[in-house]
Ligand binder design. Structure first.
Ligand SMILES: Cc1cc2nc3c(=O)[nH]c(=O)nc-3n(C[C@H](O)[C@H](O)[C@H](O)COP(=O)(O)OP(=O)(O)OC[C@H]3O[C@@H](n4cnc5c(N)ncnc54)[C@H](O)[C@@H]3O)c2cc1C
Length: 456
């Protein structure tokens, strides 16, 4: 029997349009391997909600592989060491994988390449990150010219079919039982809301896409309305690579209406990778160095405000609804993400990194590039064009985007209030807090803090 080939899986947990499987299957027996490799200092440890998702996604992929005569091998440790151990067990010399751009994955790829013939394929982005460059050959800093250049490279290639069969190796290397990784929460099990809202895995991703395709032409009219839910809700599936952007693109492009606006959001996803490729520490370091001197609040009062924000008890109904939606479902509507981020950074004057960390731990779609780019965009500290002095007014945002039903759903204390009172209740029902800061007061404090660093 011929030597087996390894498919090294990371955030690409699918069979269809998966170039690594496609290439490996042509070479003979295949060993699909997932290494849980986020427990070393250089690797940002996945948050709790993402770990929950990962557990179910791995289980789903293993079931899909078994239907093809294969299975998923699970190992825990440094990727290059575990893959080298599998090489000793099986004789495999070639590894196929998709490219990933988080700094820790690029390091891991370099280490694996020292032991193996590592073949890296594209397929998790519309175009290979790093390949969209300006006339001068450098990477783009701002989204709009990046998107213009990316559009010249589209459409992405047609999706590859899933393999019909994967030849197994002569014998399987050892594999950890998934349960031993303890990715699921226990004592307490806080994942009930996640279970109600999501179906991790490739089949779940395809059924979300099928639901969205019908609505895609009216994306523009609905996407900013949290009460309506007019977005695709594909972000965790995209993050874990259970679906490829090319599959989404080819399912919706040409449907008419405002589909182009939706495709532009996939462009933002590519743009975020383009940023972390230039600035690998973007999740912790300001894009504009003047922000290093910004006098963020700290101490007991700031910590109490942070806790109120995290638990959805700021007294601002739209902020509280968003934070409770996040806690319950592991996801939050994009318009509300922008409002709660602006509120933390500006009204509460708390460092954007504290918010980024909270989202990292609680989002099922927590993504290093998308999270850091969007937090730095909200703060105005990033390399893109947004400014700190653009301060969102939560009460008027709530009204403008018709968030009444959304608030009634996520803040039960306010469920009986009519639209005329829901955004800024004059009489607070028992148990619902007063605003922890006034809008004008928060705004003035934020502008004063910014004035201290402006021009530095
Ligand atoms: C403070 C903040 C933090 C965020 N953190 C994350 C994160 O960790 N992970 C994440 O996937 N998204 C993040 N986003 C972006 C965005 O909110 C989500 O991608 C979107 O809400 C996901 O829902 P959807 O799939 O219905 O999106 P749709 O509106 O249907 O968009 C389709 C896809 O496009 C991509 N996309 C949409 N908006 C953005 C954007 N602003 N930036 C980059 N990609 C985008 C996503 O992959 C999304 O699934 C963040 C936004 C903000 C303001």
């Amino acid at each position: 029997m011929s030597t087996p080939t390894i498919v090294w899986l990371r955030r690409d947990l699918r069979l269809a349009d998966q170039a690594a499987f496609h290439a490996a299957a042509r070479q003979g027996p295949v060993i699909p391997v997932y290494v849980l490799d986020d427990e070393v200092a250089q690797h940002r440890r996945m948050g709790g909600a993402a770990r929950w998702w990962l557990h179910h996604s791995l289980r789903s992929l293993d079931a899909d592989l078994r239907a093809l005569g294969s299975r998923l091998v699970l190992r825990r440790g440094r990727s290059h060491e575990e893959l080298a151990a599998i090489r000793r067990e099986t004789g495999a010399r070639t590894v196929h994988a998709l490219h990933h751009y988080e700094p820790w994955w690029r390091n891991a790829e370099r280490a694996v390449a020292q032991h193996f013939d590592l073949r890296l394929h594209h397929g998790n982005y519309l175009a290979p990150p790093g390949s969209i460059t300006s006339g001068g050959g450098g990477p783009y800093k701002i989204f709009t010219p990046f998107w213009r250049a990316l559009q010249q490279r589209l459409p992405p290639p047609m999706p590859l079919p899933a393999p019909q069969h994967l030849a197994p190796p002569a014998f399987w290397p050892a594999s950890d039982p998934l349960g031993r990784w303890r990715l699921l929460p226990s004592a307490p099990d806080w994942a009930g809301g996640l279970r109600d809202h999501w179906q991790p895995g490739e089949a779940g991703a395809q059924s979300r896409l099928a639901r969205f395709v019908v609505q895609a032409p009216s994306y523009e009219q609905r996407r900013n309305l949290p009460s309506v839910g007019g977005t695709a809700m594909l972000s965790p599936h995209l993050h874990f690579g259970e679906i490829s952007p090319a599959q989404i693109w080819h399912a919706v492009a040409g449907l008419g209406g405002s589909v182009e606006t939706f495709l532009g959001e996939l462009g933002w996803r590519d743009y975020a990778q383009n940023v972390i490729l230039q600035l690998p520490d973007y999740g912790s370091r300001n894009g504009k160095t003047q922000f290093d001197a910004l006098p963020w609040r700290s101490g007991d009062a700031a910590e109490a405000d942070l806790a109120a924000w995290q638990s959805g008890r700021t007294g601002y109904p739209i902020v509280d609804a968003g934070m409770r939606e996040l806690w319950h479902t592991g996801w939050m509507h994009n318009r509300v993400r922008m409002i709660v981020a602006s509120f933390l950074i500006k009204h509460l004057l708390i460092d954007w990194r504290r918010g980024e960390q909270w989202f990292w731990d609680t989002l099922v779609d927590a993504d290093y590039a998308q999270n850091s780019v969007n937090w730095q965009w909200s703060a105005g500290s990033g390399i893109d064009a947004n400014m700190f002095v653009r301060i969102m007014a939560p009460l008027s945002q709530s009204e403008m985007f018709g968030a009444g039903d959304y608030i009634r759903r996520w803040v039960p204390e306010l469920a009986s209030l009519p639209d005329s009172q829901i955004h800024d209740p004059v009489r607070r029902p028992d148990g619902y807090p007063r605003p922890i800061i006034g809008h004008a007061e928060g705004r003035a404090r934020a502008l004063a803090a910014f004035a201290a660093v402006k021009g530095k």
